[in-house]
Design a protein around this ligand. Structure first.
Ligand code: SAM
Ligand code: SF4
Length: 329
């Protein structure tokens, strides 16, 4: 299995399928986009499936989350999901997406074996969406979410990031809308992972701010510490239930001690943490005819080097070279 020196065991694998995206969220990417990975740098579909197969059969991974960039831009996505669904043991599979394109692909993804989706949506207002993402695709995201729910990719979880002066007054509206549509809303604190390095700790909306705002309209009851487990979201019961709301307080209440993740970038680098500054090159091993056992061994060595925490609170903290879109959030 994948174990580190602090005794944490990784069972959850995040796989980035591309670093490209059709949105330009201000907290993630600059308006002009980024220098994208070249085709030969990207893992092929066969290489991705082989690495996931090693992770599942040799290393104890039980959950696989496809992400990006925008994973729906990967042409082979449905085939990758289908081949991973045929693995023994079969991993749980989910997808984190901006939702554009889900209307077209939700049924095929479900048929291929995908279990559920997380769709990112920060605002209910099309004009604010345009400012935040620099694209006019709000309705496409809403349509995509509905398609995912109708296709049975449930529970549909919604990720929202609040930005000061833009959508920070929308928390209660977003929750009312999520409850009405049977989506499970989770707020994510903005992290220093934007390509532009524009994040400021004193400017961010904290979990405390979000809860205070939600409590102006809803009664929130803590689910209790045991419910969080290794899940990053702390969850609250909304108005006595059954709906819940989550807050992922990566900055103000980090959950590193219970982290169960390992990450694979679209160019085949293992990262043990979003904030890691080191990577291990599995692509080079794949392309030099390493055996499954040799690749599994490299992955274990990488995991053994996992740091205790993100280092965000350390005065010497340095943002990783890769932005969120190239790591796979
Ligand atoms: N494009 C897909 C999407 O937006 O869902 C998948 C990749 S995106 C990098 C994954 C998640 O990271 C999204 O929910 C997005 O809101 C979140 N994210 C991106 N940059 C972030 C930042 N600086 N801080 C916190 N969350 C961020
Ligand atoms: Fe694209 Fe997701 Fe980054 Fe937005 S958060 S720019 S949708 S990768």
């Amino acid at each position: 299995m994948l174990i580190d020196t602090y005794g944490r065991v990784a069972t959850d694998l995040r796989v980035s399928l591309t670093d490209r995206c059709n949105l330009r969220c201000t907290y993630c990417m600059p308006e002009e986009g980024l220098q994208w990975l070249g085709k030969s740098d990207l893992l092929t579909d066969d290489e991705i499936v082989r690495l996931i197969s090693i992770a599942v059969t040799e290393l104890g991974i039980t959950e696989v989350r496809f992400t990006g960039g925008e994973p729906l831009l990967r042409p082979g996505l449905v085939g990758i999901v289908e081949r991973c669904a045929a693995l023994t043991p079969r991993p749980q599979m989910s997808l984190t997406t901006n939702g554009i394109g889900l209307k077209r692909t939700a049924t095929a993804l479900k048929a291929a074996g995908l279990d559920r989706v997380n769709v990112s949506l920060d605002t209910l207002r099309p004009d604010v969406f345009k400012t935040l993402t620099r694209r006019s695709r709000h309705q496409d995201v809403l349509d995509g979410m509905a398609a995912a729910r109708d296709a049975g990719l449930t529970p549909v979880k919604v990720n929202a990031v609040l930005m000061p002066g833009l959508n920070d007054n929308e928390a209660p509206d977003l929750l009312a809308w999520a409850v009405e549509n049977d989506y499970e809303l989770r707020f994510i604190e903005q992290m220093p992972l934007d390509a532009q390095h524009g994040w400021k700790r004193d400017g961010m909306i904290t979990a405390g701010d979000i809860l205070e705002s939600l409590r102006t309209r809803f009664t929130l009851t803590e689910e209790g510490d045991t419910a969080r487990g290794s899940a990053p979201a702390e969850r609250w019961v909304v108005d006595g239930g059954p709906h819940r709301v989550g807050v992922i307080a990566s900055v103000t209440r980090p959950f590193c001690g219970a982290c169960d993740r390992t990450r694979l970038t679209a160019d085949g680098q293992v990262r043990t943490c979003l904030f890691a500054r080191e990577e291990s090159d599995l692509r080079a091993a794949l392309r030099s005819d390493a055996t499954d056992q040799e690749i599994a061994e490299l992955w274990k060595v990488a995991m053994w080097g996992k740091k205790a925490g993100s280092g965000l609170d350390d005065p010497t903290f340095l943002q990783p070279d890769r932005p969120m879109s190239a790591i796979g959030g």
